[in-house]
Design a protein around this ligand. Structure first.
Ligand SMILES: C[S@@+](CC[C@H](N)C(=O)[O-])C[C@H]1O[C@@H](n2cnc3c(N)ncnc32)[C@H](O)[C@@H]1O
Length: 308
């Protein structure tokens, strides 16, 4: 059953203003979700701006399709990863666009629905897939990876310093089929701490990132997004943890640089042509008012860059 939650778009005004909308402008929204950012773009680019919205989650696409139905042909939908936009967007008439948006991670509809298995706070199947057509779930990883592989995954994607203990406890207690028991076993494996977050937070983040290949998809999508932008077009990425933000920051820095030679070379030999100009040097974060109204915005970082 779908929960009643509606995803509140994060950094909405900052993102849409930063993408410099104008009548007739086209957006590729790589993470359509509930369609909040897309709807604001369609309003700001009336009467004829368009959106091609991607989402891996067929349920999210269906809900967004209903919400945006009154925009008619101004909005199109793709049940596919944003990491395939380079192939799909030109086929759908979005070969040179004014803006690309990636608001990465999960939506409130996903995390608040225990049946999706993203949350440790409510018991549900150990799933965590954005795309329910894909065969690998969190249970697959937890029940089949070797102890060292599991520890490395939890360390790398969860930045969890107790990853070895957690992996040992998981392997001793598996198989797992539900989120609640996994959260209990993880909590029992780590020393008590004064941190305010649940002890399983980092392990769940790591599993979600791995199940959905989230960092790989982001790395593949960024160069495709740049190729799809018109000169003067803008890329906006909203990320929610340091691993994602690091990828975006480094990508923009390199794309904006006129030399990407290794630092120990005495002269430049790369002839690198910059393709982006950062619009904001520091990431934009949510105001206190937004964080109070929507605590999920607390960790959001928005970076915007312009195609040269
Ligand atoms: C934070 S929500 C987006 C919310 C949206 N901006 C809004 O205003 O409602 C992220 C969405 O991206 C989707 N998603 C995550 N990774 C994806 C990928 N690689 N390709 C396409 N969609 C993805 C998730 O299924 C989720 O619906």
């Amino acid at each position: 059953m779908m929960p009643d939650t509606v995803h509140i778009p994060v950094l909405l005004d900052e993102t849409i203003d930063g993408l410099a909308p104008h009548p007739g402008a086209d957006l590729i929204d790589g993470t359509l979700g509930a369609g909040g950012h897309t709807e604001a773009w369609l309003a700001a680019t009336a009467p004829d701006g368009r959106v091609l919205g991607f989402d891996l989650d067929a349920g999210a696409l269906e809900a967004a399709r209903e919400r945006l139905a009154h925009y008619g042909e101004r909005v199109e939908f793709a049940h596919a990863s944003f990491a395939t936009m380079g192939d799909i967007a030109p086929e759908r008439g979005f070969a040179a666009v004014d803006a690309v948006l990636l608001d990465i991670g999960f939506s409130s509809m996903q995390i608040d629905d225990p049946a999706r298995g993203f949350a440790f706070s409510a018991d549900g199947p150990l799933d965590m897939r954005f795309d329910r057509d894909q065969p690998v779930t969190a249970a697959t990883l937890v029940n089949t990876l070797g102890q060292d592989e599991l520890a490395d995954l939890i360390y790398e994607y969860g930045e969890e310093r107790h990853s070895r203990r957690i992996a040992r406890a998981i392997v001793a207690a598996r198989p797992f089929h539900h989120t609640g028991r996994l959260a209990e076993v993880v909590a029992g494996a780590v020393p008590r701490s004064s941190e305010r977050i649940h002890p399983a937070t980092r392990t769940f983040q790591a599993l979600r990132i791995a199940v959905n290949d989230e960092l790989g998809a982001l790395e593949r999508a960024l160069p495709q997004a740049v190729d799809l932008l018109k000169p003067g077009g803008r890329l906006a990425v909203i990320s929610f943890h340091s691993l994602e933000d690091r990828i975006v920051k480094h990508f923009i820095r390199e794309a904006a640089s006129d030399c990407i030679c290794p630092p120990d070379l005495p002269v430049c030999v790369c002839d690198h042509e910059p393709t982006l100009r950062p619009v904001n040097r520091k990431p934009i974060t949510a105001s206190d008012a937004e964080v109070n109204a929507n605590p999920r915005s607390r960790s959001a970082k928005l970076r915007i860059a312009e195609r040269l």
